[in-house]
Design a protein around this ligand. Sequence first.
Ligand SMILES: [Zn+2]
Length: 306
Amino acid sequence: MSAHLFYTGAVLDRAAHLRREESWFAERLRDGESRVLTVWRDNNLIHPGDEPRAAVLTGDAAREILDLAGHVVFLGLQDDTAVFAADLSQHEEDDIAPAVAPGAFSDLRKVGPIMERGQGMVLAYARGLMVWHNSQRFCSECGAPTESREAGHMHKCVSPGCGREHYPRTDPAVIMLVTRDGPDGGAALLGHKPNFPPGIYSVLAGFVDPGETLEEAVAREVMEEAGVAVTDVRYQGSQPWPFPSSLMMGFTARATTYDITFDREELEDAQWFTRADVARFAEMNRRLARTDSIARWLIETWLAKK
Ligand SMILES: [Zn+2]
């Protein structure tokens, strides 16, 4: 079911067993057939246009980028060809523009919704890894510098007395469509957060606390943000959301109390909306969450169930 989500889909074999093959990694880096995706300060290199697509460099163009790169990561295999991500964040954009032309750097949050989904998945993966690389330059245990290992999938502390291994982090978050019984097929709880663009309504979400199950996180967040108690918490699907490093785990839940008391720090508004209410959103200058989000997918899935 979640195969329809943006930024998901196994379009690339991660080939994790090859990450420790250092000579293989070095050989593939020299191979003119290998493909290189470029990341610069949280932006991905794309071919812009009405249908933006990932800029995939090979041969001399790839060589030039690899020579300029601060980090290089092996993403995996596509059609048995190695795919790498190269990070150019240490350079100024004007200095690297000739090397990446005619591509342009763009925020995946802007172009993701209008890209082919498999391409969006690979770009999200590349971006997520590079965000981690640039934030993991020093050991969080002892403060010494770290070195990239395992084809860019691990950072090792260089201090002989420490040597701690650091792996890319993913922050688990729950996101939930809460429904209630009632006339017109019941209603869904949607809210507007202070940081949302005007008129946007979405499902509730929050990060999982240490020592908490996903189901407990769902119930806690809904109670904290809207004062509504829930039961029947059911997993629906997940979506990587590397903006910068979340994994969104989508749930449905059934309300057992219907009165909403929302936390004004978290929400500017929260209401029960029937499907008919949502159908009239445009008239009321309201809109649903962005099309590439699991939030939108949860809402659309509910709307389609009559
Ligand atoms: Zn250390």
